[in-house]
Design a protein around this ligand. Structure first.
Ligand code: 5GP
Length: 201
């Protein structure tokens, strides 16, 4: 069985990664998404095990020390991490898995798993990104400022990714990422073969 594709969707804070991923999952139902662990407290409406596995600092740090994370990062003062087991199991079962993670985590995954496909989701402009961060309404003024500073820094690393997708509309961005998955599945290096050769040369 061909291994599944590990698809990293990353980009600056506030660009709309979550919304685009949710739409992508509707378009391509067989995709799996990795549920991260975090020490951030749940926001209203978030459910344990659906958006995140919510955990405390001590447990998170114990998992770091055990090597349980494929990647982890501190984002806006909280830990976030992708469990190694989740990724290994999905890929070995031939499932395509999405990691919706920040740019620090994306760098770690690219280094450890060069076969991963990385997509940098970019805003149509910095101004629009700033408006989106400001308009979320879930954070206080200092947190918004921190997010803006981080977002500007995060924009600078796009050139390390395989693909840049501009989030002009959620529909267009999700559809482009869906096409990227289609294209990746046509790669000979990923095991694509003509139907009746059985791989013989
Ligand atoms: P939020 O708290 O708004 O859900 O997420 C904050 C940031 O953390 C977002 O940029 C999100 O993509 C990122 N994030 C979520 N899960 C992970 C993870 O497992 N690892 C890393 N490195 N970043 C994550």
């Amino acid at each position: 069985m061909a291994e599944g594709i590990l698809l990293i969707i990353s980009g600056p804070s506030g660009v709309g990664k979550g919304t685009v991923c949710r739409r992508l999952l509707e378009i391509r139902k067989e995709l799996e998404v990795s549920v991260s662990s975090t020490t951030r407290p749940p926001r209203p409406g978030e459910i344990e095990g659906r958006e995140y596995i919510f955990t405390d600092r001590d447990s998170f740090e114990a998992m770091i020390n055990k090597g349980a994370f494929l990647e982890w990062a501190v984002v806006h003062g909280y830990y976030y991490g992708t469990r190694r087991m989740v990724v290994e199991e999905a890929l070995s079962h031939g499932e395509d898995l999405i990691l919706e993670i920040d740019v620090q985590g994306a760098a770690q995954v690219r280094m450890k798993m060069p076969e991963a496909v990385s997509v940098f989701l970019a805003p149509p402009s910095i101004k629009i990104l700033e408006k989106r961060i400001d308009g979320r309404g879930t954070e206080d003024a200092q947190r918004i400022k921190d997010r803006l500073v981080t977002a500007r820094r995060e924009m600078k690393v796009y050139h390390r990714y395989d693909y840049v997708v501009v989030n002009n509309t959620v529909e267009k961005a999700a559809s482009l990422i869906n096409s990227i998955i289609d294209v990746e599945k046509c790669k000979v290096s990923r095991g694509a073969r003509p139907p009746d050769t059985g791989g013989d040369s």
